[in-house]
Write a protein that binds this ligand. Structure first.
Ligand code: SF4
Ligand code: SF4
Length: 161
């Protein structure tokens, strides 16, 4: 199955990025300049109204993750949010953390990075991946889908990845 990349807001990609995505200066209470130091991209940004209270009142993400982006916050439902989402830098907008997600019984159990790098804590899936899929020369999407399905897993490939 194929679809468009969907971010699950796990926050991982925003928790270790503050050496690249940097708050450069504050212009007003909710106005900032953010920059990507590597490619020298600079944006003037505003904290979005829906997250202003959270932005000002909760710095627990940064306290627990010293490398976290200045603008990420954790909502009460456990999802991480970008408080400058409409204005974010290209690196943030174009970032896709995986090329496919693997599920079992409706829950995500693993993901694929790049073409064939499996990221999972599911030992059965690791064995299956290495013994039945990675033993093929260049396994096709349909072969991977079929092999996983035989063991109760489903995979969603993202288009263009
Ligand atoms: S892009 Fe990936 S790592 Fe980043 S928050 Fe979304 S799901 Fe998590
Ligand atoms: S600007 Fe937003 S998307 Fe980019 S790293 Fe920071 S919180 Fe994450």
């Amino acid at each position: 199955m194929a679809g468009n990349f969907e971010c699950t807001q796990c926050g991982l990609c925003c928790l270790g990025i503050n050496s690249i995505v940097k708050m450069d200066r504050q212009l007003s209470r909710f106005g900032f300049v953010v920059k990507n130091d590597i490619v020298r991209e600079i944006h003037q940004v505003l904290i979005t109204p829906e997250y202003r209270e959270l932005f000002e009142s909760d710095h627990s993400v940064q306290e627990q993750n010293p490398s976290a982006c200045y603008f990420v916050r954790k909502r009460a439902d456990g999802k991480y949010v970008c408080t400058i989402h409409p204005y974010r830098l290209t690196i943030c907008e174009s970032y896709h953390c995986c090329s496919a997600r693997i599920s079992r019984d409706g829950s995500e159990v693993g993901k694929i990075k790049g073409k064939f790098s499996l990221v999972t804590k599911d030992d059965s899936l690791i064995s299956l991946w290495h013994q039945k899929i990675m033993t093929e020369q260049d396994p096709s999407r349909s072969f991977i889908e079929k092999t996983l399905a035989e063991s109760g897993y489903s995979i969603l490939f993202y288009d263009g990845e």
